[in-house]
Ligand binder design. Structure first.
Ligand code: HEM
Length: 431
């Protein structure tokens, strides 16, 4: 288990602070990952942290925060030494104490392969990948296009649209529900349950009410999905659940609970992230209106546009790992069981990697951002997220000369993982 940091004699070096075992530590004022600045102005916050050192010890979080591009990518690549497992090591303690109260939640969360290491991770990912092929995703394009139009057209002439409720929230949840094969009448429920689960996974700290709702949401999702999964065994259709039920690798199949856990993971992972990608993109375009016109004039820039939104203001700020053994990141020695936060948001603004990182340039090339992570856990749903966002931005620029942000002061939800606005009201101006 992690041993908290107790040393008291710090040596100040300019804005950086080093302690006697050579650790660079986040100076007071920069150690709060949920400060006003960290939450609402992460570019500035992470930039200041990176100036201290691309790898710093954060005593308040009890872990290392990695902000340099090379160091973040190096951390993602190093899955041998840096574990994703949330159910062993330093992340497990508080979860285990809750295991009897939140049984469903923990049973299925603990089957999410995103939180597993090799070999189990790769075994499950290989099977799920068989269902989640680029071809299967591409086949959704006409339907996604149709949905984008259905959601975008009614926004015309309105000067106060709740962009989440009416667009950004709707598109991904409908797409993933249909892709999985969830019946339309269950969609509204799926949305609510997915949000409740998100509150457990993305928000830090322990909070009984949130966990209770997460437990209930998980039970409801499992109850909804189990009969559908069983039906797909005997009566397969052209959807992702059928694909997962049938996926086979060397005589091995996903168990019923594994299919359900993966379906919940898709609902959850594919929904909030894509919603925030679209919303963050609208904010970026509002700041750089000439890029909106540029996309309108060159719709073939849709692909690089999505990559630039992922880099400039991507929906995931950071992912956590822990060290299975001692290792070195940058010039810092990481100890066994130390937690490590790989802040891809910071990496995506590292001037060593990106020229003019604060400029939103929809044709940026090359753009090797880390918005989908990197390495063996790199986002499996990336093709779907890219498809939805590119269809959304392309049609919105075609239909509207501007989508004006009306929320006077943009505020973000206080958590370390997702970059998500609390609300976003807009006025779409028709062409
Ligand atoms: C813009 C939208 C999205 C972003 C920014 C995003 C981001 C990420 C990131 C950063 C990871 C790596 C996690 C880690 O390294 O610990 C990840 C993994 C994953 N994502 Fe996404 N995601 C998005 C959309 C989706 C969608 C639409 C789906 C599915 C429908 C999805 C399914 C998954 C799955 C299953 C994993 C686990 C992969 C593994 O561990 O091997 N994501 N995502």
């Amino acid at each position: 288990m992690y041993v908290p940091f107790h040393r008291e004699h710090h040596e100040e070096q300019g804005c950086s602070v080093t302690i006697d075992d050579g650790r660079q530590i986040a100076p007071p004022g920069l150690d709060d990952l949920l400060s006003e600045e960290a939450v609402n102005d992460p570019v500035r916050y992470y930039g200041r942290l990176r100036d201290v050192s691309p790898v710093v010890w954060n005593a308040r979080w009890s872990g290392w925060v990695v902000t340099g591009y090379d160091e973040v990518i190096g951390g993602y690549k190093n899955h041998e030494q840096l574990s994703s497992d949330r159910f062993t090591g330093p992340f497990a303690e508080s979860l285990r104490t809750q295991a009897s109260t939140y049984e469903q939640l923990l049973t299925f969360l603990s089957a999410f392969f995103v939180w597993k290491d090799q070999p189990y991770h790769t075994h499950i990912r290989t099977l799920v990948n068989k269902a989640f092929t680029p071809r299967a995703v591409e086949a959704l394009r006409p339907r996604v296009r149709e949905l984008v139009r259905q959601l975008a057209d009614p926004l015309e002439g309105r000067d106060d649209v709740d962009f989440f409720a009416e667009f950004a929230f709707q598109l991904p949840v409908i797409v993933i529900a249909e892709f999985l094969g969830v019946p339309p009448e269950a969609r509204e429920d799926v949305k609510v349950w997915s949000e409740d689960l998100g509150a457990v996974i993305f928000v830090n700290g322990d909070d009984d009410e949130r966990h209770r709702r997460g437990e209930e949401a998980m039970r409801n999702l499992v109850d909804l999905l189990r009969p559908i999964v069983r039906a797909r065994r005997t009566d397969p259709r052209d959807d992702l659940l059928s694909g997962m039920v049938q996926a086979e690798e060397r005589g091995d199949f996903l168990s019923e609970d594994e299919v359900i856990a993966n379906a919940v993971l898709m609902v959850f992972a594919g929904h909030e992230t894509t919603m925030n990608l679209i919303a963050n993109g609208i904010v970026a375009f509002d700041r750089f209106p000439e890029q909106w016109q540029r996309l309108h004039d060159n719709p073939d820039l849709a692909r690089t546009t999505v990559e630039e939104v992922l880099r400039y203001d991507g929906p995931i700020k950071a992912m956590a790992r822990f060290a299975k053994q001692p290792l070195v990141i940058g010039d810092q020695k990481i100890g066994t069981n130390d937690r490590v936060l790989l802040a891809m948001y910071a990496a995506n603004h590292d001037p060593k990697q990106f020229g003019n990182p604060e400029e939103f340039d929809i044709a940026r090339m090359p753009n090797r951002h880390a918005g989908f992570g990197y390495g063996i856990h790199m986002c499996l749903g990336a093709p779907l997220a890219r498809l939805e966002a590119s269809e959304a931005f392309t049609y919105l620029t075609e239909r509207y000369s501007r989508i004006e942000v009306r929320t006077p002061e943009l505020r973000y939800n206080p958590n370390m993982v997702s970059r998500s606005l609390k609300r976003l009201h807009v006025a779409p101006h028709a062409r």
